[in-house]
Structure formats: structure tokens, C-alpha cells
Design a protein around this ligand. Structure first.
Ligand SMILES: Nc1ncnc2c1ncn2[C@@H]1O[C@H](COP(=O)(O)OP(=O)(O)O)[C@@H](O)[C@H]1O
Ligand SMILES: N[C@@H](CCC(=O)OP(=O)(O)O)C(=O)O
Length: 378
């Protein structure tokens, strides 16, 4: 299956999530690795200049915080880990900000929890913010919001966070940079006979048997969380590459199609995956009826649904809920995530966006359902 001439998956990827682990970011816990972070930021800037959109998911807050607090042993108490993360996060984002700015690129700190992405409204808010940052050419630098999470809701590892972010923004690819060249048939730290895996199907359960836990005291998840992250990312159509973070120009070479690292290919195309995801995860909460002009824009034109085209609102729904879009005959033509609650939708029905502030008291999105959150029913 391995094609040494390169991989088109990464070459064609427009929206990419890059995840780097604690051991790489902090030089195995010795402190923030300014040179390595500088190298990744330089490459991120080059990818943006090449017309791609990139998000950085970076671990390292706890490891850096421990160093700053003078702790040589990782504490067991969750509140101490949270305190260390809060201290270390300062240095982490400062470093990304500096290095990206040196390359002419802006950055933004985004701290997320699992609960944020499970909540419909927060999910939509996080998605809108990230997509806006990408449009602005700014690199979101994401970490887990360690201050507010406890053991149960903690991601525990940022591989999962990277995959959830890839799902959230419907990335084309997730690149996980780590301290190994990729996946081996067994943990290479323990088994010198382990063979390198060049390419496999994301979600293939045979991979889970090959992957072990973290090999160092700094990293948390090990290879198993990376394999599971690839499976999760594939759920929204993103393929994953696991590669060595110190491989020179790894991000550039990958996006030029060079076959480095382990490629875990998503089996379902993005659009189909999104449709499936909506069907599996979300319950229909209500609907809006639209006039023939809006119906044809949505159906034929691939356009967003604007409130001006709505003729009625049915049911009781909140921002972030899934609603059906129905034509004048009451036939469902699409489903999507509502930007406004049913009460707000009733106020802005048939209105142009310049009137929203007067009617709602604030200016939100100009669309009722953005085209990227809209799936045609037929
Ligand atoms: N099958 C495998 N192939 C490669 N590495 C593996 C495998 N199983 C376990 N590992 C271990 O996973 C480690 C990487 O995970 P981790 O330490 O959590 O890194 P990170 O901080 O980058 O997330 C490697 O150093 C390696 O020891
Ligand atoms: N939020 C934590 C990351 C958790 C973690 O250890 O992740 P990873 O090193 O990617 O396995 C931190 O910044 O320290």
C-alpha cells in the first residue's frame, strides 16, 4: 500500500491541524525548546503563505510550569498539575507568539475542554471563532484548559484534543509530531526488532495492538492515543500523519507530498463523514420554512441560509441545535446548525442583517445557517 513516490493526501490538504507533544516542546522537560518551536513556526508561516490554513495544538504547559516552579517530580495531585499548567501556559504562548511574529504571522490563544465541544452552543462558538481566526490568517495555538477540568472530563492527552479540533474545523489532515519517526509494529524503545509502518487505514483495529503507552516520563498518551486520535479524525474525513518532530522541514516536506512518518488514511470523504456525524450525534430540534428563492440558493447554489429568505420558524431550539430547512411545501431540503435560537429566529425572519442589531440588541452572524454547517437532504 505504501507509495514511496509520495502522498497526495497531504499535498492536497488545505486545512491542517498540527499537534506537538510535551516532550518535544519542552526538550524532554528541560524547558521550552525555542529552536524547535521556531522551526515549526517558520514552517507554519510558509504553509499559510502557500494558501493553507493551520492550527497548532501544543502540549507542554505542565512540563514547562514544573520547570518554572522548580519541581523535578511530576505531582500526583490534580490541583498541583493544574497550577503548573497555568504557570507554564504563559511561557508556551509567549514563545509561539514571538516565533510566529518573527515570521510575520499573528497568533491567538485558545484553551478548550472536552465539555466545550460536547455542548452545542459552545461547539458552534468555538468553531466560528477558529474559522474566523483562520480566515484572518492567524494561527490558533490550542491547549487543553487545564485550570477548569478535573480528572473525569480531562482529555488526559492532547492527541485526542488534536483530533477533536480536526473534527471541529473539518480539517483535511492532522499531523501529530512526536519523538519517534512514526508508528512501529511495537514500541521501539522496548522492542529493537519493531518494524516501521509507512501507511495504514485510519481506524484499523490491528494498529491498536501495536501501539503502547508513553515511552518517556514527560509524554502522557503514548502511541495508542495517537492511533485512536487518527480514528477519531477520520470520523470527519481527516487523514493523520504521525511523524518525528525533529525531522528537518517535516511540515513543508509532508505538504509537498513527501512520504515521511506514518500515514493513516481516512476512509470516508469529508462531506459524507460530516453528514454521518450530524445524523449520529445530533437530534433535530425544530425547523424553518424558506421561500423558493432561498430554497434554490441552498439547494442549487451551495449558499448559506439567510433570515431574509425564511417564512416561518417551527419548534423550540437553541443556537447550535440542528434544524431542518423546509421548502414552501414543507418538504425538508437540508439540515444544519442554527446560529440563532427559535425565539431570535422569529424576530429576524424575513429581515436583512442590518436590522438584526435593532431587533436582537446585538449583531450576530448574518446567516441563519452557514453553508459550511448545512447538509442537503436530497
Ligand atoms: N508501536 C509504537 N510505535 C512507536 N512508538 C511507540 C509505540 N508504542 C509505544 N510507543 C511510545 O510512544 C511514545 C510517544 O508518545 P508520547 O511519549 O506520549 O509522546 P508525545 O509527548 O509526543 O505525545 C514513543 O516515545 C514510544 O516510546
Ligand atoms: N495540557 C497538557 C497536555 C497533556 C499532555 O501531556 O499531552 P501530550 O504530551 O501531548 O501527551 C499540557 O500542556 O501540559
Amino acid at each position: 500500500m505504501h507509495d514511496p513516490s509520495g502522498n497526495p493526501v497531504l499535498r492536497n490538504a488545505r486545512r491542517i491541524v498540527v499537534k506537538v507533544g510535551s516532550s518535544l516542546v519542552t526538550n524532554e522537560g528541560r524547558g521550552l525548546d525555542a529552536i524547535a518551536i521556531g522551526q515549526w513556526c517558520k514552517q507554519l508561516a510558509a504553509l499559510i503563505k502557500d494558501g493553507r490554513e493551520v492550527i497548532m495544538v501544543s502540549s507542554g504547559a505542565i512540563a514547562e510550569g514544573m520547570k518554572r516552579l522548580g519541581w523535578s517530580v511530576r505531582p500526583k495531585a490534580i490541583h498541583e498539575l493544574q497550577a503548573a499548567a497555568a504557570v507554564g501556559q504563559m511561557g508556551l504562548v509567549q514563545m509561539y507568539e514571538t516565533k510566529l511574529r518573527e515570521n510575520g504571522i499573528g497568533s491567538a490563544q485558545v484553551l478548550l475542554t472536552h465539555a466545550d465541544l460536547a455542548d452545542r452552543e459552545r461547539y458552534l462558538n468555538a468553531r466560528s471563532t477558529l474559522l474566523t481566526l483562520l480566515q484572518l490568517g492567524v494561527v490558533p495555538v490550542i491547549n487543553e484548559n487545564d485550570t477548569v477540568v478535573n480528572d473525569e472530563i480531562k482529555f488526559g492527552d492532547n492527541d485526542t484534543l488534536g483530533a477533536l479540533v480536526a473534527n471541529l474545523v473539518e480539517a483535511d489532515a492532522l499531523i501529530i509530531l512526536t519523538d519517534q519517526k512514526g508508528l512501529y509494529t511495537a514500541d521501539p524503545r522496548k522492542d529493537p526488532a519493531a518494524q516501521f509502518v509507512h501507511e495504514a487505514k485510519a481506524g484499523d483495529t490491528a494498529l491498536e495492538a501495536m501501539a503502547g503507552g508513553a515511552g518517556s516520563s514527560i509524554g502522557r498518551g503514548g502511541m495508542i492515543t495517537k492511533i485512536l486520535a487518527a480514528k477519531r479524525a477520520a470520523g470527519s474525513g481527516a487523514s493523520t500523519v504521525i511523524a518525528w518532530g525533529r525531522e528537518p522541514e517535516a511540515l513543508i516536506r509532508l505538504t509537498q507530498g513527501e512520504a515521511i512518518g506514518t500515514l493513516l488514511v481516512a476512509q470516508t470523504p469529508k462531506m459524507q463523514a460530516r453528514k454521518q456525524w450530524m445524523a449520529d450525534h445530533l437530534q433535530l430540534r425544530g425547523s424553518v420554512t424558506v421561500d423558493p428563492g432561498a430554497a434554490s440558493m441552498v439547494q442549487g447554489g451551495g449558499k448559506s441560509l439567510l433570515p431574509i429568505g425564511m417564512t416561518g420558524v417551527q419548534g423550540d431550539f437553541s443556537r447550535g441545535d440542528v434544524i431542518a430547512v423546509k421548502d414552501a411545501d414543507g418538504v425538508e431540503i437540508a439540515r444544519g446548525l442554527a446560529n440563532y435560537s427559535s425565539a431570535e429566529a422569529r424576530l429576524i425572519c424575513r429581515k436583512v442583517s442590518s436590522e438584526f442589531e435593532k431587533l436582537l440588541g446585538y449583531t450576530g452572524e448574518s446567516e441563519m445557517v452557514h453553508r459550511t454547517n448545512l447538509i442537503l437532504s436530497r
